[in-house]
Write a protein of this length. Structure first.
Length: 301
């Protein structure tokens, strides 16, 4: 197993907001390193001699942390453990698994001596009532998979070696995966990386998208994903995609395509780049470009 890579950019950003009266919201693709980032921040607190009693960490992917627990039960459970006259650090990992989570966050924010950090794998986290309740009281830190530099660090590559074949290494970075777990799996062979990416993609599509949004035509949704993946960096619109798919005997209405794309962007599978009118100095609403979060995912589509 690789050592934790100190993701300086993200960690420094979190540290800059430590003890500030603002909620820290870390978003990003599943398994992109959000939980690890919070653990690193927690380790940093320990170095500053913050006692364990001042730290509460909840991972809401674990059933024991969310089954049979309403937001108000969690609120009073957390509040009961707060240390008086000291700053208390509250970490709520994958909080979207809690019904009415925004009420929990709002209640904790209103409680004295709390410094709150939350993570979520869906951008809808901030388009919900949470954004309305906490308008102006939160900062979003959007985390991506490993950069090429972090990837090299994870593989313990000596970049001082002047004979290093960066082209070959970059090829491996792009064609395998930039997700942190991928480096762990390299020694087991590419098949293991493929299996991991396949399972991760299935989880994202099933749990975060098709179940959440009640998509019953999974074939149509899958065809759209493949189309976007095959047209990375090209200007597209829901109408142009609908026409292209129709020419291939796949009839999907452009309104449906628009919704499907939004779900993929919300789940951080794809990132949208809008066109910009330089003269008018404004973004244009049509013909965007889309980029997949990890090129390695193309191998499992």
């Amino acid at each position: 197993m690789i050592e934790k890579i100190r993701r300086k950019y993200y960690l420094d950003k979190l540290l800059s907001y430590k003890d500030k009266d603002i909620i820290k919201v870390v978003t990003g693709l599943r398994r992109s390193g959000k939980s690890t980032l919070l653990q690193m921040f927690r380790d940093n607190l320990s170095k500053e001699e913050v006692s364990n009693k001042q730290i509460q960490f909840y991972n809401f992917e674990l059933p024991e942390n969310f089954l049979n627990k309403s937001w108000d039960k969690l609120y009073f459970e957390i509040k009961e453990k707060l240390q008086p006259n000291k700053m208390n650090y509250i970490f709520l990992d994958e909080i979207q698994n809690i019904a009415d989570f925004e009420k929990l966050v709002d209640g904790l924010y209103a409680t004295e001596n709390t410094d709150i950090y939350i993570t979520g794998s869906n951008a809808n986290l901030l388009s919900s009532e949470l954004a309305t309740l906490l308008s102006g009281r939160y900062i979003e830190i959007s985390i991506l998979p490993f950069s090429f530099s972090e990837y090299l660090q994870g593989r313990n590559i000596d970049i001082s070696n002047k004979y290093l074949n960066y082209e070959a290494l970059f090829f491996e970075y792009v064609n395998e995966t930039s997700l942190p777990k991928g480096i762990d799996l390299r020694e087991n062979g590419y098949d293991k990386i493929y299996e991991y990416l396949d399972a991760l993609y299935a989880t994202i599509i099933e749990k975060d998208i098709t179940q959440r949004h009640k998509i019953y035509d999974k074939r149509a949704f899958g065809n759209l994903v493949k189309f976007l993946a095959n047209n990375i960096g090209n200007k597209v619109s829901p109408s142009s995609i609908s026409k292209a798919l129709k020419a291939d005997n796949q009839n999907i209405h452009h309104n449906t395509i628009e919704k499907f794309i939004e779900y993929l962007v919300e789940s951080f599978v794809f990132y949208r780049v809008n066109r910009f009118d330089i003269k008018g100095k404004k973004q244009l609403a049509t013909l965007e470009k889309y980029y997949i979060v990890d090129v390695g995912l193309l191998n499992v589509l």
